[in-house]
Ligand binder design. Structure first.
Ligand SMILES: *Cc1c(COP(=O)(O)O)cnc(C)c1O
Length: 237
């Protein structure tokens, strides 16, 4: 069943790329596997997926040793500084940098390992009280501040758009984030590349692709609904 879900998502990504005149290989599908057991991740891996996203550091720490080494793990959720140690040697990118202190702590942890960690800056596109992220108008300044840290590399922007029944409502937010990314790119800030745009989830990834997403994060559309209480009872979260 997961294989069919994945194929359906792939099909819709290809169609969105075609509508936007983009090549399919400009967009990376990240399978968001939070709360799901490793058996389900294995199934999706066997169907060809190599990029997986998790929003809890402990979950990456626990799943990582149970799955193939060529998986690219993406940290997509809120990250506390004291949890960086669980993931710094396991993830290919941290999508959720939203404070100078967090960026500094990632930089320090990366330095200890002798690596440079690719990061995205999380932007709160709709100014929602409940969401993390930098305000759009403060993003360039924030990017400049963290760009001096030598063990992180700022590669772009990420957003979690508002929940909505009608994904068209999120189009302006995606368009604005794309524009912000280009505007910052054109400033040619040292140690900043701004070619990655992580936006779009199950409800709105096709719109996000039409507006320039280079990474979409799809959970429910591949793995089905998440049942948090059950998962907790199973000791999975
Ligand atoms: C859970 C999650 C997703 C995936 O959400 P779906 O609606 O299930 O596709 C994407 N991004 C982040 C940051 C998430 O926490």
């Amino acid at each position: 069943m997961l294989k069919e879900n994945l194929a359906a998502v792939e099909q819709r990504i290809a169609e969105a790329c075609a509508r936007a005149g983009r090549s399919r290989d400009e967009v990376t599908l990240i399978a968001v596997s939070k709360t799901k057991p490793v058996e389900m991740l294995s199934e999706v891996y066997d169907a060809g997926t190599r990029d997986f996203g998790e929003n809890k550091p402990q979950e990456i720490r626990d799943k990582y040793p149970q799955l193939p080494e060529d998986i690219r793990w993406h940290m997509i959720g809120h990250l506390q500084r004291n949890k960086i140690k669980y993931i710094i040697d396991k993830v290919c990118m941290i999508h959720s940098v939203d404070s100078l202190r967090l960026a500094q702590a990632i930089d320090e942890a990366a330095e200890k390992l002798g690596i440079v960690m690719p990061v995205l800056v999380e932007v709160n596109v709709a100014g929602e009280e409940s969401k993390d992220g930098i305000r759009p108008e403060e993003t360039e300044d924030f990017v400049r501040k963290i760009s001096v840290l030598p063990h992180i590399h700022v590669e772009g922007l990420m957003t979690i758009a508002p929940y909505t029944e009608n994904p068209e409502e999120n189009r302006p937010y995606f368009r604005n984030l794309s524009k912000l990314c280009v505007d910052i790119r054109e400033k040619n800030i040292d140690n900043v590349s701004m070619y990655s745009l992580s936006m779009g989830m199950t409800g709105d990834y096709e719109i996000a692709i039409e507006e320039g997403a280079t990474m979409v994060r799809v959970g429910t559309g591949i793995f089905g609904e998440r049942f948090y209480p059950r998962a907790e009872a199973d000791g999975r979260v």
